[in-house]
Design a protein around this ligand. Structure first.
Ligand code: SF4
Ligand code: SF4
Length: 234
């Protein structure tokens, strides 16, 4: 994500939250002595930034219900095939095709992999506003399912990707087995990042997310096999 977009998001965030200057500099790429601390929890290999100059980890916790920024500034809601069936049924669409026609958009976009490779993605996305069009893809907007009190009206059947934030995931094919990797997305929209000399404060969270992340990866893989999404490396 370009630094000017992250800076814009952080300027908005600062209106309601204190942002640690170290976190701010890190997200804007101004701290370059960063080690990749790798910790495997259950079936997921987590990559946690360690700022060597400050001898501190970058960790995260969620402030919901005091914060709902990730729903207030949503960029895109790609659906897995399980999401398509479940959310369609819960939204009173007996026919999945009607749900797809009325409530979703197919979009393509480019993304950089953690190794700097360009990936062209194509996904079925849940519309974040009723009249969302292709040109809205990737733009931050308030999700139509966020209610006045900060609750998701689809919960617990919200898109799997909503359970994932602020983690991002990727798969690695190694010796004919698949490794699941995860790290944080630093978009500047989440006030939950902080620094800590110890890794321990996040361990319970990583345990909890390891299941969510692993299941998400398997669902995404199935979605791709069922041709509801595709990923092309350029
Ligand atoms: S923006 Fe961050 S802190 Fe706020 S609800 Fe989302 S994940 Fe939690
Ligand atoms: S579907 Fe629910 S959890 Fe996901 S962005 Fe919208 S309001 Fe937030």
């Amino acid at each position: 994500m370009p630094h000017n977009e992250i800076e814009h998001s952080m300027n908005l965030l600062r209106k309601n939250w204190r942002v640690d200057p170290i976190i701010s500099d890190f997200m804007l790429g101004k701290i370059n002595k960063v080690d990749d601390y790798v910790i495997k929890i259950n079936k997921v290999i987590f990559h946690i930034p360690f700022l060597t100059q400050f001898k501190k980890f970058v960790l995260w916790k969620c402030f919901w219900p005091d914060c709902n920024n990730c729903c207030d500034r949503q960029g895109r809601l790609p659906l897995t095939s399980d999401d398509i069936i479940l959310i369609g049924k819960k939204n009173k669409y007996p026919q999945t095709s009607d749900f797809l026609n009325n409530e979703t958009l197919v979009t393509t976009w480019n993304e950089l992999s953690p190794h700097g490779q360009n990936i062209m993605m194509a996904t079925v996305n849940l519309k974040r506003k009723s009249h969302e069009t292709d040109s809205d893809d990737g733009k931050h907007m308030k999700c139509r399912f966020l209610d006045q009190k900060g609750y998701c009206m689809l919960h617990p059947n919200r898109p799997s990707v909503c359970y994932l934030y602020p983690f991002s995931v990727w798969l690695e094919n190694k010796k004919n087995s698949i490794n699941v990797h995860s790290t944080f997305q630093f978009t500047g929209d989440c006030p939950g990042f902080y620094t800590s000399r110890k890794i321990n404060p996040i361990k319970n969270i990583l345990h909890q997310y390891s299941t969510i992340i692993y299941n998400y990866c398997m669902d995404s893989n199935r979605t791709s096999r069922q041709n509801f999404s595709s990923m092309v490396f350029n």
